[in-house]
Design a binder for this molecule. Sequence first.
Ligand code: HAM
Length: 414
Amino acid sequence: MNYKAPRGTHDIFGTNALAMSLLEQQARVIFKKHGFEEIRTPLFEDAALFMRSIGQTTDIVEKEMYIFEDRKSRKLALRPEGTASLVRAFIENRLDISMPAGRFFYIGEMFRYERPQTGRYRQFHQIGAEFLGNPSPAADAEIIILAQDLLFSVGIKEMDVRVNSLGCEKCRYLFREALVKYFCSVRDLCEDCVRRLEKNPLRVLDCKTDSHKFTGVPRISDYLCDYCKDSFNLVLSLLESAGCNYTADEKLVRGLDYYTRTVFEIRSDAVGSQDALVAGGRYDNLVGELGGQNTPAVGFALGSERVLLAARNTGFFDSFQESEKIFIAIADQELFNEAFSFAVKMIRNGLKGGKDISVFGPVNGKSLTSQLKFADKIKAVKTIVFAKTEFENGKFLVKNMKDKTQVEVLIDEL
Ligand code: HAM
């Protein structure tokens, strides 16, 4: 039986693993500059947490969650996103008191049962930030700029920043009524739309099958109250003053129900589809709805795999500083212990001059020829050979693996 990774999952190795780590490393540096602190939440949660937060009629809850029962029949779900988990952790741990800045970030795996394609997987990685406790449109603008900074850090310059406001409950109520009226006049809505029209008409706007039929559909901007309008304009003007090019896009509704006012997506042609690299927005009611004190909040998440796809041709993949590989070989088997302890010392102390190195070997019971072949295979730059005569004189041979020249070096010199 040959086992394969489950559909929609993938093993990350080689340059892709290096790229993923570097992206995460750079994200940590940028988050620190913006004052965001890390939080790690469980990979699974009570399934009801996601149903309540993301919304019963969203694709994620209707079709995409990995739900299972544990041995005590608790209904659990692998996390499909990080916002609900973060809000749960915020309330449960009273982070409003212990971390009053309210700036959190997370990095980790998410799970959605989606149809796999390039940039869309069933297990994928998100890097996300959530800013709790700040109602100001300046927080929305900062979140968008922070997301952009992460993309800049991997060399992505061409990006399409889309921003919209979904209004507050008051504007949404009027918009919803107008939408219901409008959709009732559209013929032949698909099954999903008919069902969603009853439960959540805003979701109908998101329909991939019917959206071409929606000409003359009501526009949210006509229903925004003065406060929402002013807030949105302030977000836009702050983005402008920070030099962020954006497009205000009334069609942007997002696939999760918790949003209020600002929503945004950052897209890139490089991924080859309309899918977003980054998405987020404000969700002022979620903390209250999940049992916490009313707390305004705004955040985003980026898909690491998608961002790395978009960074393929930016030079980011050429920027890895690979360490110099050094192989330790033995010409005489009885020097194995000495070579082994030397390798350990070298790993711990490095080379004089502090060069970045990786140390391999020694290997026991192999001829020198086969040791050197292996050194070539792993692309070692140098091989240090322990040979009896030289060793007795306090020296070893250092072989340059490129031009195959070798020199005698005093053991103390390295
Ligand atoms: P989302 O739009 O569902 O939002 O996902 C955010 C990002 O995760 C997407 O833009 C995409 O890059 C990546 N992503 C989503 N699904 C997949 C997939 N199947 N395969 C690969 N990448 C994927 C959220 O998750 C919200 N929690 C964002 C947020 C944070 N809003 C406020 N705070």
